[in-house]
Design a protein around this ligand. Structure first.
Ligand SMILES: NC(=O)c1ccc[n+]([C@@H]2O[C@H](COP(=O)([O-])OP(=O)(O)OC[C@H]3O[C@@H](n4cnc5c(N)ncnc54)[C@H](O)[C@@H]3O)[C@@H](O)[C@H]2O)c1
Ligand SMILES: Cc1c(CN(C)C(=O)CCc2cnc3c(c2)CCC(=O)N3)oc2ccccc12
Length: 265
């Protein structure tokens, strides 16, 4: 344990797929700070990858949960309540869309994928927050993950951008609803990171390279960069911060136009 920021705290991390997941960077940072962790994963295919990771952090609470199914969410939180009774923090690191619609034009988005993308990538945070609220008290915190494609057009992010824009707005409304009970709600807007959710995206290498060349820090961010920022928002260091969208993107979002001597790509 390199610090005790999360000593005595228990948290549920939703969205761990493998050791490249942003959820894994957050889990490592929280465990390193003394937190006790529970995880949800989606289906048996992920269980065999999640189990050894969870165990390596001393966790033996791994719960199958598909956020598209309200009964699955209810069952997951019933299990968390049975095992622990209360939780101090919740991490929502879940997003999904039909990758065939994460290319080409946004205007060609189907109604079916629009609704499913909004359900999984946006509404699911509200749905899990509603369950988690019952297990939380003063000093608790919730965190979700968003992307700059919510704020500005990022080629081919398409309907995920609309879902993330709605997610970012929901963070503010949830912060207002839960603030009076001392529960904070925030988002981290992470720069592009090569995870499972990023694979299968046609020009992802180009996106990574562009961000590396055009961000003030001249590099891409890592899941550890995100994990450290998450530790701030989930711990008492973030006691005065709620409804916030913290960019962890090497500063990319602050740049409008590069100087003429900027490296071209
Ligand atoms: N990788 C990036 O470049 C990047 C940047 C900014 C934000 N994000 C966001 O970070 C979050 C985590 O993504 P990641 O990049 O770590 O990829 P990832 O693939 O490791 O994690 C995505 C997770 O979502 C889960 N998931 C998808 N549909 C689900 C459902 N119906 N029920 C339950 N779980 C479901 C998957 O099982 C997986 O564990 C996502 O919200 C993503 O939009 C990613
Ligand atoms: C960055 C970036 C990302 C990473 N990111 C921020 C994300 O939020 C991941 C979004 C995503 C959601 N659903 C799926 C996939 C990615 C690919 C695999 C799949 O089947 N479904 O995805 C992009 C898609 C297009 C353009 C840029 C990006």
């Amino acid at each position: 344990m390199s610090n005790t920021l999360m000593a005595g705290k228990r948290g549920l991390i939703m969205g761990l797929a493998n050791d490249k997941s942003i959820a894994w960077g957050i889990a490592q940072a929280c465990a390193d700070a003394g937190a006790e962790l529970a995880f949800t994963y989606m289906g048996d295919a992920f269980k065999k990858r999640v189990e050894p990771l969870a165990k390596s952090l001393g966790s033996d609470v791994m719960i199958d949960c598909n956020v598209s199914d309200p009964a699955s969410i209810d069952a997951a939180f019933a299990e968390v309540e049975r095992v622990w009774g209360k939780i101090d923090f919740l991490v929502h690191a879940i997003g999904f869309s039909d990758k065939n619609e994460l290319r080409g034009r946004y205007i060609d988005t189907s109604r079916e994928n629009f609704l499913n993308t909004m359900d999984v990538s946006c509404y699911s945070f509200t749905a899990v927050a509603k369950r988690a609220e019952k297990l939380m008290g003063d000093g608790s915190a919730m965190l979700t993950l968003t992307y700059y494609g919510a704020e500005q057009v990022m080629p081919h992010y398409n309907v995920m951008g609309i879902a993330k824009a709605a997610l970012e707005a929901s963070v503010k409304y949830l912060a207002e609803d839960l603030g009076k009970d001392g529960i904070r709600v925030n988002a981290i807007s992470a720069g592009p990171i090569k995870t499972l959710a990023a694979s299968g995206i046609g020009d992802f290498r180009y996106i990574l390279k562009w961000n590396e060349l055009n961000s003030p820090l001249r590099r891409n961010v890592t899941i550890d960069d995100v994990g450290k920022a998450a530790l701030f928002l989930l711990s008492d260091l973030g006691s005065g911060t709620t409804g916030e969208n913290l960019h962890v993107d090497a500063g990319y979002h602050v740049v409008g136009m590069k100087a003429v001597d900027a490296p071209d790509i």
